[in-house]
Design a protein around this ligand. Structure first.
Ligand SMILES: NC(=O)c1ccc[n+]([C@@H]2O[C@H](COP(=O)([O-])OP(=O)(O)OC[C@H]3O[C@@H](n4cnc5c(N)ncnc54)[C@H](OP(=O)(O)O)[C@@H]3O)[C@@H](O)[C@H]2O)c1
Length: 278
């Protein structure tokens, strides 16, 4: 099977390139094919003729999106639609990576795949609108929502915490936003399985269990053996440009139905720390 990965230089893209074996895998980034360029996207897909396209390319700076809505929608929604149109022309299957930020976080039980989208941020709106466009253009595409991605391939929350913890006696971290940390390696493995199972429709895929950012930071510091104190903070005490959902735990039911299991986030933290040392 020939697989084309858009966004191969990103946190997830690097994990996909590392974990995918047994198939012919071609990775591309914005220099190879900027997804805002409709003709370039079409030509690239026509040339490569992939069986699967994994669309992991996006403008992911959630706070930056608030001040750059035009760029956000051009990349995350319009670019995604150009990829879907190219997939439709060539008969390729498409797996699109989406986000927990399509939800408003007002629930207090895990979000199911058919829960109503109600994004709070520009980034979340761009992902929600992309999902709707893609389902319209390519009803059999697979949309995989994940959350709180971390890995060794780029800037992420555990990396920031470890850097700060090594130079400060105490860290203050938000304790009123709850979600599911997800290790890029575990997520990449789930994506490979989804393609091999010819998955379609919306799927939620995260590491199992959930926590607040404070609990996540405390676990990272504990497992790293650092003496840094981690103290809880409210979102109000630490305002950011983009509003985040207070609760964005994604239900594993859709993944369970496909027979795919994900390790716990605490186990993922331990493997991330090992990989970071290598
Ligand atoms: N990070 C999270 O916590 C999180 C949570 C939920 C969902 N997601 C979703 O997961 C996916 C992967 O995220 P990530 O954290 O791996 O992202 P990332 O590290 O920011 O990487 C983004 C990738 O997209 C590419 N890209 C950006 N703009 C592009 C354009 N105009 N044309 C073509 N490629 C472009 C980048 O290529 P260049 O290097 O060439 O710029 C890079 O390879 C995204 O769809 C994101 O929305 C992420």
């Amino acid at each position: 099977m020939r697989v084309m990965i858009l966004g191969d230089s990103g946190l997830l893209g690097q994990a996909l390139m590392q974990e995918w074996s047994g198939d012919e895998v071609l990775g591309l980034n914005s220099r190879d094919a900027d997804i805002r360029d409709k003709d370039r996207v079409r030509e690239t897909v026509e040339k490569i003729q992939p069986e699967w396209i994994i669309l992991a390319a996006a403008y992911t700076n959630v706070d930056g999106c608030e001040s750059n809505p035009e760029l956000t929608f051009t990349v995350n929604r319009d670019g995604a639609a150009y990829v879907a149109e190219a997939a439709r022309r060539t008969g390729a299957k498409l797996l699109f990576i989406s986000s927990d930020y399509v939800f408003d976080g007002k629930k207090n039980s895990p979000y199911e795949i058919d829960d109503k989208r109600n994004p709070l941020s520009v980034y979340g709106r761009s992902k929600a609108e992309a999902e709707m466009r893609l389902l319209d253009l390519l009803p059999d595409c697979c949309i995989v929502r994940t959350s709180w991605l971390f890995g060794t391939g780029g800037k992420c929350f555990p990396d920031t915490i470890l850097k700060l913890a090594s130079s400060r006696p105490a860290l203050d971290v938000v304790d009123d936003q709850r979600g599911c940390p997800t290790y890029s390696i575990d997520f990449a493995r789930a994506i490979v399985q989804l393609c091999h199972k010819d998955a379609t429709g919306i799927v939620h895929a995260t590491n199992s269990g959930n926590c607040t950012w404070f609990e996540f930071a405390r676990e990272i510091v504990k497992q790293a053996g650092l003496p840094t104190e981690v103290r809880p903070l409210t979102t109000q005490q630490m305002p950011r440009p983009a509003q985040r959902p207070a609760y964005s735990v994604l239900s594993s039911a859709s993944l369970d139905r496909l027979g795919i299991a994900m390790p716990s986030w605490q186990d993922a933290v331990s493997r991330y720390l090992q990989e970071r040392k290598l």
